[in-house]
Design a protein around this ligand. Structure first.
Ligand code: CP
Length: 315
């Protein structure tokens, strides 16, 4: 595998899930693969899980890992070509990415959507720039439109907890006070569409995801109908795609509560975290035995370790 930016980089999704479970079973079995190799992680945005799980995965594979908060620890980067750099951005991505590629064998990048210009965000300028200019493989640690490390961890978790071959998996929009990117919802939908699970997305009218990510999923505005018979409830907020980046008020009743969970087939509750209790989900649900958010976050190590292993094998 050359890069891990989207599922298009992956030969087979079921094979990646199997690889994640194999890494979990034998975390240190491939230490020779990463010996004397350097993983450089670049964060344009905050992180708890992605930063720590990717560092741990790299170390499990025997790699040296270096981490930088871009902008805070480094120069501010300019991504536009042909500009006169007379503002606050002191270094162009053309030099920065190429230089980072001199120090690293694999580069991980986190760069969220700006949420002001949909066309710009969906062009994925930051991720594409590193892909084009660094000269080494790139791992997407959450970009403007995708979060593949999260989605693969989600599939690994569903594989571990499913009680039937083809579970009903529901991605439900949930309320939030701030505008959040669509990346987690997009990516979850994109990866779920590559399984043979029954997949339903439920969201208020103003919150449809981009059609390219919704794919063949069933979409319903009726959250309670979606929950009926569900085996997994995956809650996530995202800001509007149509009215780009906006929070449209009046959907506070989309919170995940015990009454809605009672409609399901004893569904497991999932969320990528961080989660705002009392807004997205009631304490009684996230603190219940049906909640698998902690093992789900634990699986972040094995998803990115599987991706790094595949890339190391192809170096
Ligand atoms: N789920 C997730 O990506 O968490 P962090 O933002 O803390 O990395």
């Amino acid at each position: 595998m050359k890069h891990f930016i989207s599922p298009k980089d992956v030969h087979s999704v079921p094979e990646m899930v199997k690889e994640g479970l194999a890494q979990k079973a034998h975390p240190y079995a491939n230490q020779a693969l990463g010996r004397n190799k350097t993983l450089c992680l670049l964060f344009f945005n905050s992180s708890l899980r992605t930063r720590l799980s990717t560092q741990k995965a790299g170390m499990n594979l025997g790699m040296n890992v270096i981490v930088m908060n871009v902008g805070a620890d480094s120069w501010q980067l300019e991504f536009e070509d042909g500009v006169v750099m007379s503002g606050s951005k002191a270094e162009h991505i053309r030099e920065a990415a190429a230089v980072i590629g001199q120090y690293a064998d694999i580069v991980g990048v986190r760069a969220f959507a700006g949420l002001s210009d949909r066309n710009e965000d969906y062009k994925e300028l930051v991720m594409q720039s590193f892909r084009d200019l660094a000269g080494v493989p790139i791992v997407n640690l959450e970009s403007a439109t995708r979060h593949p490390c999260q989605s693969l961890a989600d599939l690994i978790t569903i594989e571990e907890y499913k009680k039937k071959e083809k579970p009903k998996v529901v991605l439900t929009w949930a309320p939030h006070i701030k505008p959040l990117p669509q990346a987690v919802g997009n990516s979850f939908a994109e990866w779920l569409n590559l399984t043979d699970y029954e997949f339903v997305i439920t969201n208020p009218e103003a919150y449809d995801l981009a059609p390219e990510f919704v794919g063949s999923a069933t979409v319903t505005r009726d959250q309670e109908e979606a929950f009926e018979g569900a085996d997994f409830i995956y809650a996530k907020n995202w800001s509007s795609y149509e009215r780009y980046g906006q929070v449209i008020r009046g959907h506070e009743n989309w919170i995940i509560d015990e009454k809605k969970m009672a409609l399901t087939n004893a569904a497991k509750f999932m969320h990528c975290l961080p989660v705002r209790r009392g807004l997205i989900v009631e304490d009684a649900v996230i603190d219940s035995p049906s909640s698998i958010v902690i093992p789900q976050a634990g699986n972040r190590v094995w998803s990115v370790q599987a991706a790094l292993k595949k890339i190391l094998e192809a170096l």
